[in-house]
Structures are given as C-alpha cells and as structure tokens.
Ligand binder design. Sequence first.
Ligand code: PRP
Length: 208
Amino acid sequence: MLNIALPKGRLGEKVYDMFEKAGFPCPSIKENNRKLIFENEEADVRYFWVKPSDVAIYVERGAADIGVAGKDILLEYGPDIYELLDLNIGKCRMCVAGPKDFHDDKRRTLVVATKFSKTAQAYYSSIGRDIDIIHLNGSIEIAPILGLSDVIVDIVETGTTLKQNDLAVLETIFPISARLIANKSSFKFKTPQMEHIIKELSKQIRED
Ligand code: PRP
C-alpha cells in the first residue's frame, strides 16, 4: 500500500485532486469530517492529513512513502528525502519585510523575527550582515510593529497580510512552490509506482 502525506489545507486539497487524476482515488477523503487517515484498498493507497511543515518528517522517517511539501520547509529543515517534482502550485516567496520606510543602519546588529531561522541566518551570512534572530511560531508581522524586531523573514503569498499591517517587502530571498517528495528506501522498493506517479502528475503540471 502506498502511504501519502498530504499538507492539511487548501494546497492539500489541490494535491489530492492531482493524485486522484493520477489513478489514486480515495473518495472518502472528500467527506467533511475530522478524520485524518483515509484508505482505499482497491487503489492500494492510504492518505493522511498532516501539518504542512510536518510532511517532510513523515516522509523522511518512512511513515509516508511520498508527500508534498513547500520548498521553504525543505530548505529550512534539509530533510534526507528525494525531491521528485516541482508541482508549480502553492507558489509564494520567502522575503525580508519591514516598515515601508525601513533603513538598515549597518553599524547596528539587525534584529530579525522569523519562523525560518536557518533560512534567515543563511541569507544574512551570504550578504555578510550580522543579525540577532528571534524565533517565533506565527503572526510574525506583529514583531516589527511592536518593536520586537527590525524586520521579518517570512512567506509572502498575496501580500495582503503585509499590506494590512503597514509593512512592505524589502527583499525577495527565493521563490517557493510545492514539491513531490519521496522516502529514499520507498523510492528504491516501489520504483514502478513512483515512476507512474511522477509521469501522471507531470502531465497535470501547468507551466506559467
Ligand atoms: C503565512 C505567512 C504570512 C501569510 C502571507 O502565514 O507567515 O503571515 O501567510 O500570506 P499573504 O501574503 O497572502 O497575506 P500563515 O497563514 O501560515 O499563518 P502564521 O501567522 O501562523 O504563520
């Protein structure tokens, strides 16, 4: 049976539709309830909904054979998995954001609030800027408003959250999209199934 970890939420629903079209249907998943695991013995597939940032953990440890995770998570945590396909959905970007009129005073250590500490550290090391990181778990945009940090490193999708909080993008660090990932030994032992999935999902990828 193929175990597939789906990121809970809108992106996951889109991803499920792609798997369904690829020949792995599991109609019970569409029933609106609080269940987290869905199985279709006929199609030999089991899906489970996990927190988007946890998909790579399930896949890396082999609890899931494959899953879909954002490039942001893969770069932040560096899981030991295979990245098989860029699905070209769930697109957004990793950015530095702050007050519109922010001016970086290079004589001072820059204070950066973020959920993506490694990413932020790597970015500022690459440009030789000293920073202090404040690791937060959500609502990052509040930090510069309350003076907890100078700037934030966070995901920007539509830009609405920044706009509604009087903040702006100061730098784009990298683009993000959803990736199909696989557990390394599952890939080895279930190669024909994996190749089938790659082929069928590839047909559904829309280029920009
Ligand atoms: C993400 C991100 C931004 C927001 C960006 O937060 O951290 O806050 O989405 O989207 P937008 O550009 O379309 O406004 P998420 O919804 O994951 O919640 P969080 O505050 O818990 O991080």
